[in-house]
Design a binder for this molecule. Structure first.
Ligand code: ATP
Ligand code: MG
Length: 192
């Protein structure tokens, strides 16, 4: 008898139910030094704008938001996403911003990064080929540092330089204290 058959008879414990779907997104995930620098900026921004700081372990830059994907399709997705022929690059995060409509305080770029845009485009192209839906609205690169922030005058900030050499696929688990994230897989960008 199969394991699921045994579970049905009650002969073995079936364990907690697995979710039918998972909430997924591709992201840039900081190394420890960049995470610390981003977290310091969050602390400083919080002094100006208030709100709730994001936990340091959650800081990231979303590349493509997929939303809910059937759990059964995730292995195929992990195997299908190919390395992207884009080399490691630097992001100069030098722009703070506050969006009144969702009260998010963020750090982003005063100048668009062509390489970042190419990476997003390449991922979107692969997802289209795989017939996997994603949020196709224009990409606004930002790292959320504050939630529920009243905001205020825009402070100058010390830029954070992020040496980007990988991207990841993340599953988001909504919880009472904010979303928790699981990094499911990492793809490296070529370094010289
Ligand atoms: P919560 O929604 O529980 O407050 P969260 O926004 O961090 O927490 P998710 O909603 O799962 O968690 O989002 C994961 C990431 O994807 C975040 O960076 C979020 O800004 C981004 N994101 C969420 N929805 C979209 C969307 N429709 N388009 C683009 N990015 C999105
Ligand atoms: Mg959200």
């Amino acid at each position: 008898m199969t394991e699921s058959g045994l579970a049905e008879t009650g002969l073995i414990e079936s364990g907690p139910a697995k979710p039918a779907t998972r909430r997924l997104f591709f992201a840039l995930w900081p190394d420890d030094a960049t995470r610390n620098a981003l977290n310091r900026t969050g602390k400083w921004l919080h002094q100006h704008w208030g709100g709730r700081r994001m936990r340091a372990d959650t800081l990231h830059l979303t590349l493509v938001f997929l939303g809910e994907l059937p759990a059964a399709q995730i292995d195929a997705l992990l195997q299908s996403i190919q390395d992207i022929p884009i080399g490691a690059f630097e992001l100069n995060l030098d722009q703070t911003g506050h969006w009144p409509h969702n009260r998010i305080g963020w750090l982003g770029l005063s100048q668009p990064s062509q390489t970042l845009e190419s990476l997003v485009r390449a991922l979107r192209d692969q997802l289209r080929t795989l017939d996997i839906p994603f949020d196709a609205r224009p990409h606004t690169p930002h790292i959320t540092l504050l939630r529920k922030a009243p905001g205020g005058a825009a402070p100058e900030c010390l830029p954070v330089n992020w040496g980007v050499d990988r991207f990841v696929l993340v599953a988001s688990n909504p919880q009472a204290d904010g979303a928790h994230y699981d990094v499911l897989q990492t793809w490296r960008l070529a370094t010289q």
